[in-house]
Design a protein around this ligand. Structure first.
Ligand code: F6R
Length: 260
């Protein structure tokens, strides 16, 4: 696993955007896995900026979002459909039919989840999956105790996640209790993972995910099992990393490493 420590959230976003841009430059029809939440906002802004400057083309890109709240119509201001359209899709040239976001209003969740998994396979699998991390260590909405080989399915949100996400809703009671989410196994199938985290509220979860044991109690720790995972954190989110100097040494030495 590569760990990149950047000074600020803006530096973190730019470093993550470079990872996405590298994938798109090598493969213009790449399949991207998308995350929502506050953390990737700067990354999306940076990708939009590169697109507006003519440096990134999304016309052949396909996307799959990690998750969606159950019960929120796609027009709800806090639905992840709205989030993605407002913050990213409407600013780039991705064909609407190439966008996939789990449905939070289907009348048959198991059938929808099986279809979503099949759509990912039909698209050739995810080339790069963007991830955030919850303060309880979740990736997507794989809450503590989620199987590390889980697939897309319905999950109950943890109390911690409901508390954390209450900031987006008028009242805590308005936060949906269930979500539809890609599983940890679905995420690990992606060819490359880029996890972003900023702020001191993520320091403990990052330390557990990167340096703790692989455990379903911190589902982000499962990325230790992935061969191409990059964790990009800002200074505050790196605060609990014991091996920080070592990661910085490796990153500084990277440009001079033999390429073949
Ligand atoms: C959202 C998602 C979640 C978030 C996590 C952190 O699609 O998958 O795992 O990444 O809850 O959210 P923020 O960035 O708002 O702290």
């Amino acid at each position: 696993m590569e760990v990149i420590v950047q000074k600020t959230p803006a530096d973190m976003s730019r470093a993550a955007a470079r990872e996405v841009a590298n994938v798109l430059n090598a493969k213009p029809n790449a399949v991207l896995g998308m995350a929502t939440g506050s953390t990737p906002l700067g990354l999306y802004q940076e990708l939009v900026r590169l697109h507006k400057r003519g440096e990134l083309d999304f016309s052949h890109v396909t996307t799959f979002n990690l998750d969606e709240y159950v019960g929120l119509p796609i027009t709800h201001p806090q639905s992840y459909h709205q989030f993605m359209h407002e913050n990213f899709f409407r600013h780039i040239n991705i064909p609407p039919q190439n966008i996939h976001i789990p449905s939070g209003t289907t009348n048959n969740y198991p059938a929808f989840c099986a279809w979503y998994e099949q759509r990912i396979r039909d698209a050739g699998g995810i080339d790069l999956q963007i991830l955030g991390i919850g303060s309880d260590g979740h990736i997507a909405f794989n809450e503590p105790g989620s199987s590390l080989s889980s697939r897309t399915r319905l999950k109950t949100l943890s109390k911690q996640t409901i508390d954390d996400n209450a900031r987006f809703f008028e009242r805590r009671d308005d936060v949906p209790v269930y979500a539809i989410t890609m599983g940890v196994g679905t995420i690990l199938d992606a060819r490359r993972l880029v996890l972003v985290a900023s702020g001191k509220g993520k320091a403990k979860a990052i330390a557990q995910a990167v340096e703790g044991p692989v455990t379903s109690m911190v589902t982000a720790s499962a990325i230790q099992m992935h061969r191409e995972a990059t964790v990009i954190v800002d200074d505050a989110a790196a605060a609990g990393l014991e091996m920080r100097d070592y990661y910085e040494f490796i990153y500084a030495a990277k440009p001079s490493a033999p390429k073949s």
